[in-house]
Design a binder for this molecule. Structure first.
Ligand SMILES: [Fe+2]
Ligand SMILES: [Fe+2]
Length: 185
């Protein structure tokens, strides 16, 4: 099978949320000025972390459903939906920049009970906020405003996830494990 390799600066076909042909005719230099390999690498690293987040949230939502903690499961499923969207947005952006998605999932870990799952998910979001902050800075240093805006949007959602999970961790600490678990049914 012939391998498909986009040339530097070439806009690939078909990202669902961006009309590439229109973009290219409106901005003839787009995206040749922004195909810095450091940005593609960083976007691929974030994509790998989104795949990790999906794997962990999926496992933990199933764990919660299995033990009858529907309220907690629903909360995780809400976050999972947004992690799916982040991965799609990153895939779309990597193609738009003429790159190739690497699809290498960062190592994921499933918790054995709900408090452990909560703590792992919290750790995941702390790292996500730090990583997206650095990637926004990189995009801005390279003058890549469009990608910077996309990353800021994802960063704001990761911050929301972090606030929710940090709140749950505080409640777990204050209420004690038994009472906290009873509130998750
Ligand atoms: Fe995410
Ligand atoms: Fe997240």
């Amino acid at each position: 099978m012939r391998e498909f390799r986009p040339r530097a600066g070439q806009i690939t076909r078909g990202p669902p949320t961006v009309d590439c042909a229109r973009l290219r005719s409106a901005y003839p230099d787009y995206p040749t000025f922004m195909t810095d390999s450091r940005l593609i690498e960083a976007l691929n690293a974030r994509l790998g972390e989104e795949l990790q987040a999906q794997a962990e949230y999926r496992a933990h939502a199933e764990l919660a459903r299995f033990w009858g903690y529907a309220k907690f499961a629903e909360r995780l499923e809400g976050v999972l939906k947004e992690e799916y969207e982040h991965a799609s947005e990153l895939l779309n952006r990597i193609y738009l920049l003429g790159g190739r998605p690497e699809l290498v999932q960062a190592p994921a870990q499933a918790g054995g009970d709900l408090p452990e799952a909560l703590s792992l998910d919290h750790e995941l979001e702390v790292k996500a906020v730090a990583a997206y902050t650095l990637t926004v800075r990189l995009a801005e240093e390279l003058g890549e405003v469009g990608t910077g805006n996309l990353l800021r949007h994802i960063l704001s959602e990761e911050e929301k996830h972090l606030v929710v999970l940090a709140g749950e961790l505080t409640e777990l600490e204050q209420m004690g494990e038994e009472n906290w678990l009873a509130a998750q049914v």
